[in-house]
Design a protein around this ligand. Sequence first.
Ligand SMILES: *Cc1c(COP(=O)(O)O)cnc(C)c1O
Length: 442
Amino acid sequence: MSDTDKLYGAMGIGKEVLAYGNAVLEGLLDRFAQIDRTAEYNQLKVLKAMQENQVSEACLLGTTGYGYNDLGRDTLEKVYAGVFHTQDALVRPQITCGTHALALALMSNLRPGDELLSPVGKPYDTLEEVIGIRPSRGSLAEYGITYRQVDLLPDGSFDYEAIRRGINERTRLAAIQRSKGYQTRPTLSVERIGELIAFIKGIKPDVICMVDNCYGEFVETREPSDVGADMVVGSLIKNPGGGLAPIGGYIAGTKECVENAAYRLTSPGLGKEVGASLGILSNFYQGFFLAPVVTAGALKGAVFAANIYEKLGFDVAPDGSEDRYDIIQAVTFGTPQAVTAFCQGIQAAAPVDSHVVPEPWDMPGYDAQVIMAAGAFVSGSSIELSADGPLKPPYAVYFQGGLTWQHAKFGILKSLEALLRKGIVSEEEIANAMEKCRKTKK
Ligand SMILES: *Cc1c(COP(=O)(O)O)cnc(C)c1O
């Protein structure tokens, strides 16, 4: 037994689970090499933007008070614009989370009487209240901005005919969510997003196409802004923060869209000129620098989890061999007990709070109880190893993150141990799944 295996044993991973994990891993080496090639490209892309914008030691310091002439903040926004190939960007600690960034992008670019279109079905849960799908104080609906939704077809493709019918003289903005979020539909590739944007602009060229880019950054070599999106929007405690950003959100896009957002975030007349960065910029820079490799580690974890659970007979999305367009892995367990055990296993693998046991709770912005496993350095960060599941049918968990692939691997093995110990998966089932790995190898 190797020293590493002994350490796994000492940390609660039994021989069967470890052997199964390693057998699964043997079949994934080519895919991991592909993920590393994407990371290599994206690492260079980020580095190039940092060099071209002359990031200097002075940029790592921060301002206080009004934050006028904040060199580091303004340069960082140029770096983001450089990476996303957009005219401008807003990257701020004053944007508190992804939902806030999306709400800001919408509220600042829509006016009373406008209509918002989602051509990809129901948006992320928290946006329901932003839009007013679920009545909520301060929603777009309260300001006279209407909403229209076109669902994906049952096979996951775009309903082009319904989208064409849905676009009218009031349609001002199309919100396209790249990642599946808490749904089991497929995540959209950058290529498909480009096709959708071209279709929408072909019907009405002045529709602003905004992409909710959460969990998608650096998964491919291109971003939605490379295929026509006017705005890409996301959270810094997901992929682009690289695990180091302790707060923040970004909007990268056309000058006009970004300026609208800035005037709404701060104030008309002030826009991007104010907003002290305090001491946070070195984390933003360093996190963005690490983000391509951190994202690659998380992707490997997602692919590994898919293969581990698929071979055990669970429904996984994406499946074990599909291409990936975000870092989320859904596993449908079918029972609340299994969802809870899985999340408790992930929690037990954490570097922080591994000793606490997560329980389902009523989380603000969500319409069912949610259980979350997150023993993270940054509270709620989901680029760190984390899992969550709404306690409602089909009882799926959404697993994501891992600042390092090694940690993601450990977490997934730990989740399987938890299912084994609760009797949800048996040793015999693991042995059978392992047999499947051997057969596919031959
Ligand atoms: C996480 C996420 C959001 C919301 O971000 P928060 O930071 O949790 O507010 C929105 N859309 C998608 C697709 C997400 O994954």
